[in-house]
Design a protein around this ligand. Sequence first.
Ligand SMILES: CC(=O)SCCNC(=O)CCNC(=O)[C@H](O)C(C)(C)COP(=O)(O)OP(=O)(O)OC[C@H]1O[C@@H](n2cnc3c(N)ncnc32)[C@H](O)[C@@H]1OP(=O)(O)O
Ligand SMILES: N[C@@H](CCO)C(=O)O
Length: 352
Amino acid sequence: MSTTATYVYTKQFKLENGKKLRKLEIAYQTYGKLNAKKDNVIWVCHALTANADVLDWWKGLFGNNDLFNPEEHFIICANVLGSNYGTTNPLSVNPVTGQPYYLAFPEFTIRDMVAAHRLLASHLGIQDIKVLIGGSLGGQQALEWAITDNKSIENLILVATNAVHSPWGIAFNESQRLAIGTDRTFYAQQPDGGLKGLKAARSIALLSYRTYEAYSATQLESVNDKTGSFRAASYQNYQGEKLCKRFNAYSYWYLSKAMDSHNVGRNRKSIVDALSLVKANTLVIGIENDVLFPLCEQDFLAKNIPGAALQSISSAYGHDGFLIETDILTNIIGTFLKESANKKIIKLHKTA
Ligand SMILES: CC(=O)SCCNC(=O)CCNC(=O)[C@H](O)C(C)(C)COP(=O)(O)OP(=O)(O)OC[C@H]1O[C@@H](n2cnc3c(N)ncnc32)[C@H](O)[C@@H]1OP(=O)(O)O
Ligand SMILES: N[C@@H](CCO)C(=O)O
């Protein structure tokens, strides 16, 4: 059973920076049913350009015959604040002006995304989450959630993510925003504004999501006499255009800024102290040749989240491996959850 719905929060939604959205809509999908004990919730936080349909973009890990299946679990995934798959975003109509926000949309943070999703969880009557999982920007949300609300999450799975967005990651995002900003149509504030810039931004981003090896494996020329029209060039164009068909430059701009804002230590004692607040059984997964979220970042998470386990995987795809290497993820996460369930049984026996 799958449900697609939108939750409308009619009160003002106050952002971390003090600005307010008069109305907030959150598009979400659920799969399966909440069981009688209410202990089968799997909540997925999605990455930069995905959406609430996790059975579509994370198939192999989520699906009828996969580790996270609707037969056994109640799976929930909500579209993040600012994204254009149904949740309030820069192309939404500002109730104050009656016009789309575009660049008048307020900046927001990962914490704001989490606050929105916690409102949805409360609306759905979800008190306990068996597994909270996310990769990349999704992992940043999952981590913030587990720090902010550290009593209701049993297992936390953080994939290819970090505690604070790095100078390197911010530099990539800024380069992408520079590309968008060179497209003058971005400032015309129309639904297709900035699409040429967005195409260039996606092309830049791909260089951080993939690897030298991946390009050599998939884009190598089969002939030696070429001086132009290279496959790799065509691939960059294709990928840029592909994103433009399903996204908009304004959402991309704001979401990348939210990613830059990620810092679990902000207005808290310190990053290390914030990580020490996590109470969930935590599994951190890193990808060995991820150039955007390198292994040292997951190592740091695992060292500072109490009791966290660390696993690294190898993927020719680099960072995007978190979306592609679903067999390996199934194996690692499946084993972790079995161990976690066994520990819970032992603990219950001890306290009985
Ligand atoms: C409503 C929706 O659209 S749902 C989409 C939701 N969004 C997401 O899931 C975001 C997360 N997903 C992703 O980032 C990506 O989809 C990934 C990482 C999982 C996989 O990336 P992909 O782009 O699908 O794979 P890959 O890099 O191998 O590229 C394959 C595509 O490039 C094309 N391609 C490959 N080489 C070339 C080339 N030299 N020139 C032109 N095109 C090329 C292929 O034909 C293929 O096209 P297709 O996507 O139309 O089938
Ligand atoms: N490929 C991912 C971004 C990397 O986290 C996406 O488009 O959402």
